[in-house]
Design a protein around this ligand. Structure first.
Ligand SMILES: Cc1cc2nc3c(=O)[nH]c(=O)nc-3n(C[C@H](O)[C@H](O)[C@H](O)COP(=O)(O)O)c2cc1C
Length: 185
């Protein structure tokens, strides 16, 4: 018997996305966003509160980057979700991380996060931001022998919004488009 719960976005896992933007004077800001997902082969949607410095920045520059946080930088990733560039222009500097300008969009690529998507702003909707992914880059060390991103090697972390925990990838338990084949009778 299931117990009725309050209405909530009961989805697991959520990603730990690091949204990178520039201020008009080139100051880097990064925020932590769990409410984000792909919405097309080259599109991403992020549900962002309008008052965040990140949103102010991307409205001006028309661009942002989205990196996948890894366990090695969990402390910094969480900090990016607690501190705001609105209150502290030194937010990124305080993290101790480094950034270079994306070669594709007017937004910073954070050096230490292993995988990044470079995005152009398509539109701001009442539900958040939609962006076009115009570039994807990953550290060579996190690629497998076929050149695919290996999430275990990369140490990508996940977010549990029920209890606000960060998790590392667990054991692989099946192969998609394959595990259900035996029921296709
Ligand atoms: C785990 C975690 C997930 C978060 N997810 C989101 C999110 O999806 N959308 C959002 O608007 N804020 C989210 N936040 C809050 C922002 O990251 C936070 O308000 C941050 O200070 C905004 O930074 P900025 O003002 O420098 O852009 C999250 C925070 C944490 C710790």
């Amino acid at each position: 018997m299931k117990k009725e719960l309050r209405v909530m976005p009961a989805v697991f896992p959520m990603p730990v996305l690091m949204v990178g933007t520039y201020d008009e004077d080139g100051t880097v800001d990064v925020m932590n966003a769990a409410w984000g997902q792909i919405c097309g082969m080259d599109k991403i949607t992020l549900c962002l509160t309008e008052s965040h410095k990140t949103v102010k920045n991307l409205k001006k520059t028309g661009a942002f980057t989205v990196a996948l946080a890894d366990a090695a930088h969990l402390k910094e990733a969480d900090f990016f979700g607690i501190a705001s560039g609105n209150d502290d222009p030194e937010k990124f500097k305080k993290s101790g991380l480094t950034a270079v300008k994306s070669g594709k969009v007017n937004a910073p690529v954070i050096t230490e996060f292993p995988v990044v998507m470079e995005c152009e702003l398509i539109e701001l909707t009442p539900y958040g931001v939609v962006g076009k992914i115009v570039g994807v880059a990953a550290d060579e060390a996190v690629l497998d022998e076929t050149g695919k991103i290996d999430v275990e090697k990369a140490g990508i972390i996940l977010f549990d919004q029920f209890k606000a925990g960060y998790y590392i990838i667990g054991e692989k338990v099946g192969q998609a488009w394959n595990a259900g084949k035996e029921l296709m009778k």
